[in-house]
Design a protein around this ligand. Structure first.
Ligand code: HPA
Length: 267
C-alpha cells in the first residue's frame, strides 16, 4: 500500500467522521445515480490528489462514503480508463484508498456491448470471468513478487452468489458471462467482435478488467456487473456511439440498483 493511499485514507476518515467501510463500489458510465441515494459524505475527486480528474462525461466525480442498505460502503462515482492517458494502472490509487479505508470487497459496474443475441440493451450480466483482449496489464512495472497474481478465481463465487440471490428476490434477470476488455476509445470492428465471440466472450467493454487485476493484487474480493447498452459491432443495425451508451445505461441501471441493494443488505 502506498503512503499516499494511507494519507488520503486518513484525510477521508477526518472528513467522514471515521466511518467504517466494508464494500467498495465503482460506478460505470451512466450508472452514477446510485451514489446520490447513499446517506453519507461526498468528497469531490478534485479534493483527493492523484484521483482521476473529469471523468468521461466531463463532470468531476465524487467519492461517497456512507451506508447503503445498512452496509458501510465507499462509492467511486467515476473511473479513469486506460484510453484516457494510456495508463492501465490509473485506478490503482483509488482502489488502494478503498482498501486502506477497510474495504474487503469490491463491486465493479460498467456499460458494455453484448455478443449474445438473447442479451440485449437494458439487460444486466454478472462477470463469470474475463478475457484481457488488450494485452495491457496494470501491474506492469510493479517491482514486487506480489505482481504474479493468480487469476483463476478472480471473480468471487460468494459475491456472485449474493448477486444472483438478490436478482432472484428482485425478480430481475441477471445473466452471467465472460467480459472482454478492449482498450478503446474507438469501438470494435465487426471482425474484432467475431474474433472475441469465437474466443468465448459474451460482452465487451473498455474498463473493469484492470480494476479486477488490481483488486486481486490488493487482496480484495471482487465481482463485476455489466449493464448492456447495445449489441456489439455487427450484431445489429443500430449505430454504436458513446451518446447511445449513456442514453441506454439508465435502463439497465435501474435493475442493477435493485440487485446491488439486495446484495449489499446484510453483507
Ligand atoms: N464496446 C465497447 N465498450 C462499450 C460498448 C461496446 O460495444 N458498449 C458500451 N461500452
Amino acid at each position: 500500500m502506498s503512503r499516499n493511499a494511507e494519507e488520503l485514507a486518513d484525510h477521508i476518515r477526518e472528513r467522514t467522521g471515521n466511518t467504517e467501510v466494508r464494500v467498495g463500489l465503482v460506478l460505470g458510465s451512466g450508472l452514477g445515480h446510485l451514489a446520490e441515494s447513499v446517506t453519507g459524505t461526498a468528497i469531490p475527486y478534485s479534493d483527493l490528489p492523484g484521483f482521476p480528474h473529469a471523468g468521461v462525461s466531463g463532470h468531476n466525480p465524487n467519492l461517497v462514503v456512507g451506508t447503503l442498505e445498512g452496509c458501510p460502503v465507499a462509492i467511486l462515482g467515476g473511473r479513469a480508463h486506460y484510453y484516457e492517458k494510456g495508463d492501465a494502472a490509473a485506478m490503482r490509487l483509488p482502489l488502494e484508498v478503498l482498501k486502506a479505508l477497510g474495504a474487503e470487497s469490491l463491486i465493479l459496474t460498467n456499460a458494455a456491448g453484448s455478443m449474445r443475441p438473447e442479451m440485449g440493451p437494458g439487460e444486466i450480466m454478472a462477470l463469470e470471468d474475463h478475457i484481457n483482449f488488450s494485452g495491457l496489464n496494470p501491474l506492469i512495472g510493479e517491482p514486487t513478487d506480489a505482481r504474479f497474481v493468480p487469476m483463476t478465481d478472480a471473480h468471487d463465487e460468494g459475491l456472485r452468489a449474493r448477486l444472483h440471490a438478490a436478482a432472484k428476490a428482485a425478480e430481475v434477470t441477471l445473466h452471467e458471462g465472460v467480459y472482454a476488455w478492449y482498450s478503446g476509445p474507438s469501438f470494435e470492428t465487426r471482425a474484432e467482435i467475431r474474433a472475441i465471440r469465437g474466443l468465448g466472450a459474451d460482452a465487451v467493454g473498455m474498463s473493469t478488467v484492470p480494476e479486477v487485476i488490481l483488486a486481486r493484487f490488493l487482496g480484495l474480493r471482487v465481482a463485476a456487473v455489466s449493464v448492456i447498452t447495445n449489441m456489439a459491432a455487427g450484431m445489429s443495425d443500430e449505430r454504436i456511439s458513446h451518446s447511445h451508451t449513456k442514453a441506454m445505461a439508465p435502463i439497465g441501471a435501474a435493475k442493477l440498483e435493485r440487485v446491488l441493494r439486495g446484495a449489499l443488505a446484510g453483507l
